[in-house]
Design a protein around this ligand. Structure first.
Ligand code: PRP
Length: 223
């Protein structure tokens, strides 16, 4: 019985490798050098799909994959459109940790802009998270949806602020932006298709249990 796991290249992929190892699974291809989108493992019944981060929940939901690994940021945005049905989120894997923050140009007086009750123009890929955050603060915002390189928007005068992921803070610094609000901590979660879980209960549970065991030590260290 084949188990298919969808995930994205980069940090999530790299930090998933030790979890797979803990489940006794070694990936045979390197997505950075191979152009293959289906990666075999040394386990005859486990394969990986390399997809765009924002597409992971979609693959799991529509049966393209049995399970996936995706950031809370992506999941929140995906589920905000009402399309989270059939997705079971059993485990925070404590990997690919970062935060989602509001950042502005270092010469922009965010505190007084927010206090004055003026409208703030915010550029972001995270429209749902941003809308909810500013609504909870009672700040009126005009949101501009972007798909990447959000840092540019305040630099070219298109937005007052951005909402983006921050890890080391180097990208903000390099673009003369400063973090002014920490919206939430982000890490990646395991998502499982509820229908796959019914049909392939035993092998999925084995992987889930191994991931749970392997991600616990990270959890303990983080706390
Ligand atoms: C994220 C984010 C920032 C950067 C922050 O982009 O959008 O640009 O990382 O990291 P730092 O604080 O360590 O500099 P990512 O590399 O995930 O690619 P993306 O632009 O496709 O989201």
């Amino acid at each position: 019985m084949m188990i298919t796991l969808a995930l994205s290249k980069g940090r999530i992929f790299e930090e998933t490798l030790p979890l797979l190892q803990a489940a006794g699974i070694t990936v045979q291809d390197d997505p950075d050098t191979s152009r293959k989108l289906i990666l075999a493992t040394d386990h005859p019944e486990v394969r990986l799909l390399v997809v765009r981060a924002t597409d992971v929940p979609t693959y799991v939901q529509y049966g393209g994959a049995d399970m996936g690994i995706t950031g809370k940021d992506t999941l929140l945005e995906h589920c905000s459109t009402g399309s989270g049905a059939g997705l079971y989120q059993p485990l925070d894997l404590q990997i690919a940790k970062c935060r989602i923050s509001v950042a502005v140009r270092s010469d922009f007086d965010y505190a007084s802009a927010v206090q004055k009750g003026s409208r703030l123009t915010v550029a972001t890929k995270y429209v749902a998270i941003s809308r909810e955050f500013f609504a909870s603060k009672g700040v009126h915002v005009d949101l501009i949806k972007l798909y990447g390189s959000m840092e540019l928007a305040p630099l070219v005068g298109m937005a007052d602020a951005i909402v983006d992921l921050v890890s080391t803070g180097n990208t903000l610094k390099a673009n003369n932006l400063v973090e002014v609000e920490h919206i939430m901590d982000i890490s990646s979660k395991l998502v499982v298709s509820q229908s796959a879980l019914k049909l392939k209960q035993a092998p999925i549970r084995r992987i889930m249990d191994a991931f749970a065991q392997a991600s616990k030590p990270y959890h303990a260290i983080a706390e």
